[in-house]
Each structure stands twice: as structure tokens, then as C-alpha cells.
Design a protein around this ligand. Structure first.
Ligand code: SF4
Length: 86
């Protein structure tokens, strides 16, 4: 299981030497370009779980779009909204 604070895996990703802007596309073409970088990434599962655990709603993580992650969370019965304790 990936800890919410565990980010060591990021250095092993296919995107480690790429511009982060690739993963925050403004259209579907950009999403597909980011997904191609994610294909075969050795830390794809950790990346997706990190985004899901932290309810990251922007960008492509673990080869998934924002919409796909919302769908995954909904299927799991989890709210996509981050809640903070006061
Ligand atoms: S799955 Fe994609 S965004 Fe995540 S670390 Fe790998 S290349 Fe980067």
C-alpha cells in the first residue's frame, strides 16, 4: 500500500525526465500524449493509487484521466472530494 506521503516512487517513473506540463493537458489529444508516456511505466500502480488516495483531480496519473479517476472512486463508493478535519 502506498502511503500518502510516500513519493520515492516518482523518481522511477517514465516521466521523471519529462516536463510536468505534459501531464496537465488542456484537451483529449494532450491526455493521449501523456498516456503514452505512462504506458509500461514501472510505477504506474503506485502513481494511480497516490492520485486516488490523495484525491488529485487534475492531470494524468497512472495513465488515467481526471474523469477516469472520478469513475474509479465512484465505483469504490468513495467521494472524489477531499475532506479536511478542522
Ligand atoms: S504512471 Fe505516468 S504519470 Fe505516473 S509516474 Fe509513470 S509516467 Fe509518470
Amino acid at each position: 500500500m502506498t502511503s500518502a506521503l510516500d513519493t520515492d516512487w516518482m523518481a522511477q517513473g517514465n516521466c521523471a525526465d519529462k516536463s510536468p506540463s505534459i501531464f496537465f493537458p488542456s484537451d483529449g489529444v494532450g491526455v493521449e500524449a501523456a498516456r503514452r508516456v505512462c504506458e509500461g511505466c514501472p510505477v504506474k500502480d503506485q502513481c494511480l493509487n497516490y492520485a486516488l488516495d490523495n484525491r488529485i483531480d487534475h492531470g494524468v496519473w497512472g495513465g488515467t484521466s481526471e474523469r477516469e479517476r472520478r469513475r474509479i472512486l465512484k465505483a469504490r463508493g468513495v467521494s472524489a472530494t477531499v475532506t479536511t478535519l478542522a
